[in-house]
Design a protein around this ligand. Structure first.
Ligand code: H79
Length: 592
């Protein structure tokens, strides 16, 4: 891997002065990397656990009921006062076997638990500080119990470990409210402390699947320290996987690296699922909460539905990534009932459909009108798993552009009954029962002859002459403008700069005059311009209310003179520009 080749060069310079323990600076071949990443790529689904002393005041402190794991930074409580919550952390109801059973029955293959969050509190007995589980009335080691339960039940245990530490006196951006610290912060000393704790975590709990770093964004943490830490962790457990938050190349919540200074093995989108994947060979994992908090919050009852969670898992898989779904247990050691109920719901779906998730790779289709697709290709044998969210009302499921002969088609919910298929010019048509086996997502399996052959069908006029240009199919030009997808999102957004633009290429079979309209959401007035060759229409958009409230707005008449391939572009008008969310452009044949 290029990172490591580069790493070995740079590390020969930095290892000697930063490392307090021996550092292995080694390169890795592609096949060694593939071998190390294999379980992660097959797993697709993991449980994130945010658990610490912050679960004591969570949702119950003062008048603001909104705190979670960021309690200390948000309240700016003196550290000496925050430390007192440790004496109330006594999770007597904690049952490691039960938690692992719950994760396993949801279909999860790994668990990532906070060994230390930003408040610096260790959820394990550390020899290097008293600011850990030793200072609570709970005289057990939750990580040890989880390690044992994971081993018994065949899940991988992984540690989330925050690099940023609001409690330690040597963290470089020491907070004013850290009343326990004096002298000058010293990042070398801090790094040595953190490595010491990581050594405890990586030598006392058996093999660990992932080291999940976070809090790397503050200035005192540098690329060189990141490289060194990566190699240190790998020297203690050579097969461990390390996320990209060990280094400095992550860009925002999208979680993927930019620039040359990459460290770590995979990207970490947070609270979002990328609109499309990142291509073969790029590993990533979207971490998301079930409500609005990572750590426990008593008042937060804004739960995502089981349907959303299941479709998120499918969505990640169909784009070649993993889904790391969070729970925030209470200070008594209980996972909230609402979370348990949802995990069970996902588990019920997985019982029937897990074959369409584990060890699959990304969809070969750019877009499917009714849902998602995952695939398994083994030499000449290929299987497509069609995840049908919107079941066809006419009993015919069209797989657009698929050219292969179909050996066998069936429902995962009813594998013994073969479905008939027909290869048509526009794709493969599968005859399906009238009712969907599962209203959330039903899986249709297609065993193909040979590897998938797909003709990406471009945008065409509908039989009635209309032409729809959806956001998802636009080519976007610019630094910030992007396609947003998710629960209630399916639009071009972050259109902050009017010089950035979108365009669509399409086929015209019936030329003529068209009325052009745009489906937009705006909070302030703005104008856009739609152009085709030399023809243009420019129109002011009315204010729709908010960025999620879309209105179709007529822009004017454009003439399309001939048949064939054309491109329509949409630009912002710089005068009086305010950001616009754009869901689609439509051309309707004009009667004028
Ligand atoms: O542990 C959970 C949260 O407590 C933690 N990460 C998840 C897994 C988290 N910490 N901060 N945030 C989430 C949001 C912080 C975002 C920002 Fe930044 C930090 C904005 C600017 C600095 C990261 C770096 C995103 C953009 C740059």
């Amino acid at each position: 891997m290029t990172t490591l080749h580069r790493a070995s060069l740079i590390l020969s310079l930095v290892c000697s002065n930063l490392a307090i323990l021996p550092v292995t600076c080694r390169a890795e071949t592609q096949s060694e990397l593939d071998h190390r990443m294999a379980w992660f790529r097959e797993a697709r689904f993991g449980l994130f656990i945010h658990w610490g002393v912050y679960s004591v005041p969570a949702g119950e402190w003062g008048t603001n009921k909104n705190y979670g794991e960021w309690f200390l930074e948000e309240t700016k409580m003196p550290v000496s006062q925050y430390e007192k919550f440790a004496s109330q952390f006594n999770p007597v109801k904690f049952d490691a076997r039960e938690w692992v059973r719950l994760a396993k029955s949801a279909g999860m293959k790994y668990i990532v638990i906070t060994s230390k969050h930003h408040d610096g509190f260790g959820m394990f007995p550390s020899d290097l500080t008293d600011w850990c589980i030793k200072s609570t009335p709970f005289k057990r080691d939750p990580l040890k119990e989880l390690a044992q339960a994971c081993q018994e039940q065949g899940l991988k245990l992984c540690f989330y470990h925050s690099i940023m530490d609001w409690h330690h006196p040597d963290w470089g951006t020491r907070r004013a409210w850290n009343d326990k610290a004096d002298g000058t912060p010293d990042m070398d000393r801090y790094t040595a402390y953190m490595k010491g704790q990581l050594k405890e975590l990586l030598t006392r709990y058996g093999p660990i699947g992932i080291l999940w770093f976070d809090g790397e964004w503050e200035k005192p943490w540098t690329h060189e320290r990141g490289l060194d830490l990566y190699n240190y962790v790998r020297s203690l457990q050579p097969n461990i996987i390390v996320n990209n938050r060990v280094g400095k190349a992550r860009t925002g919540m999208n979680g993927m690296d930019q620039g040359a200074q990459k460290v770590g093995d995979y990207g970490t989108p947070e609270q979002e699922i990328p609109a499309i994947g990142f291509g073969p060979g790029v590993d990533w994992e979207s971490c998301m909460t079930m409500n609005n908090h990572w750590g426990y919050n008593k008042n937060d009852q804004n739960w995502k539905s089981g349907k959303t969670l299941i479709r998120n898992l499918i969505d990640c898989s169909s784009k070649g990534g993993n889904y790391l779904l969070n729970v925030g247990p209470t200070s008594e050691g209980q996972i909230p009932e609402a979370s348990i109920a949802r995990l069970k719901e996902v588990g019920e779906w997985m019982k029937v459909n897990d074959e369409a998730i584990y060890a699959t790779t990304a969809s070969p289709f750019k877009r499917l009108p009714w849902g998602r697709c995952t695939k398994v290709v083994n030499g000449p044998e290929a299987t497509l798993y069609l995840h049908v969210f919107d079941w066809p009302s006419d009993g015919k499921l069209l797989v657009p552009g698929l050219k292969n002969k179909i050996q066998k088609a069936f429902l995962l919910a009813d594998p013994k009954r073969a479905l008939t298929t027909e290869v048509a010019p526009e794709g493969v048509r599968v005859s399906v029962p009238a009712a969907a086996p599962d209203p959330i997502s039903s899986t249709v399996v297609l065993k193909l002859e040979g590897p998938p052959q797909i003709e990406q069908i471009g945008i065409r006029q509908n039989p009635d002459g209309t032409l729809l240009l959806p956001a998802v199919d636009a080519q976007l030009h610019g630094e910030q403008i992007k396609y947003e997808s998710g629960d209630h999102r399916d639009n071009i957004g972050f259109w902050l700069n009017p010089a950035e633009w979108a365009d669509w290429e399409f086929q015209i079979t019936r030329p003529g005059k068209f009325e052009v309209s745009a489906e937009v959401a705006t909070t302030e007035a703005a104008s856009i311009q739609v152009s085709l060759g030399n023809a243009k229409v420019l129109a002011a958009l009315p204010v729709s209310g908010d960025y999620g409230q879309f209105k179709r707005v007529k822009l004017g008449i454009l003439e399309v003179p001939s048949t064939g391939k054309m491109t329509i572009g949409v630009h912002g008008v710089p005068e009086g520009w305010h950001p616009v969310n754009l869901k689609s452009i439509r051309l309707d044949p004009s009667v004028h």
